[in-house]
Design a protein around this ligand. Structure first.
Ligand code: PGA
Length: 244
């Protein structure tokens, strides 16, 4: 795994945005896999800046998002569709039909998950997948104990994730207990993966991801087996990692 060190969150965001912008320049109709959460916000802001000031066009770009809270409509302020519109899509020239976020209101999550994976394949597979990491090592909402072969599906959120994400809701009770999450299989089938981490709260998960055994209890550890992963992390997130 290639590790790119940034001095802080802003530098991590700038480096990640440059990486994504380069992908779009090389392949204007690339399929990007996109993450939500607080970590990628700066990256999306920087991509908007590059679009506005340097003319980077998203006209042909296609996107698939990692996950969506189950039971939240797209219009809900905490839904990930809403987040993507507010944080990125509404500020760039992407074609709305080219953006895909799992439907949190699907009545049949099992068939829906299969269709979502089939959509990714039909779109040619993910060229570049942007990931965050949970403090418990989850990627998307593949929580500790997820099968490495898992398809896109309905998942129960881990209590630790509910606690972490309660900062976005009025109370912990308002955090949905389930989500539709892209499975590990589609994540691992991505041609290239960029994983971002910022802050001391991610330091243990990053250490375990890089130095621990490949273990379903630390889902991100499976990335050790992917041939093209770049970690862009700030110094605080890398604080526990042994230097080479
Ligand atoms: P965060 O979430 O970016 O809000 O820390 C990351 C994740 O849970 O994957």
């Amino acid at each position: 795994m290639l590790i790119i060190t940034a001095k802080d969150y802003d530098e991590m965001s700038q480096k990640a945005a440059r990486y994504i912008a380069a992908e779009i320049l090389l392949k204007p109709d690339c399929l990007l896999g996109l993450a939500t959460g607080s970590t990628p916000i700066g990256t999306y802001q920087e991509l908007i800046r590059i679009h506005q000031q340097e003319g980077l066009s998203f006209q042909k770009v296609r996107t698939v998002n990692l996950d969506e809270y189950y039971g939240l409509p797209a219009s809900h302020e905490q839904s990930y569709r809403y987040f993507m519109q507010e944080t990125l899509f509404d500020h760039i020239d992407i074609c709305p039909d080219n953006t895909h976020v799992p439907d949190g209101l699907t009545k049949d999550p099992q068939s829906y998950g299969k269709e979502y994976d089939e959509l990714i394949v039909a779109l040619g597979g993910i060229d570049l997948l942007l990931l965050g990491i949970g403090s418990n090592g989850h990627i998307a909402f593949n929580e500790p104990g997820s099968y490495f072969t898992a398809q896109t599906r309905l998942v129960d959120l881990n209590p630790n994730t509910i606690e972490d994400n309660s900062r976005f809701f009025e109370s912990k009770d308002d955090v949905p207990r389930q989500a539709i999450s892209m499975g590990m299989k589609s994540i691992l089938d991505s041609k290239r993966i960029v994983i971002l981490a910022s802050g001391a709260g991610k330091a243990q998960a990053i250490k375990d991801m890089l130095e621990g055994p490949v273990d379903p209890m630390l889902p991100a550890s499976i990335l050790q087996l992917h041939s093209n992963v770049t970690l862009i992390a700030d110094k605080a997130a890398l604080a526990l990692v042994q230097p080479d």
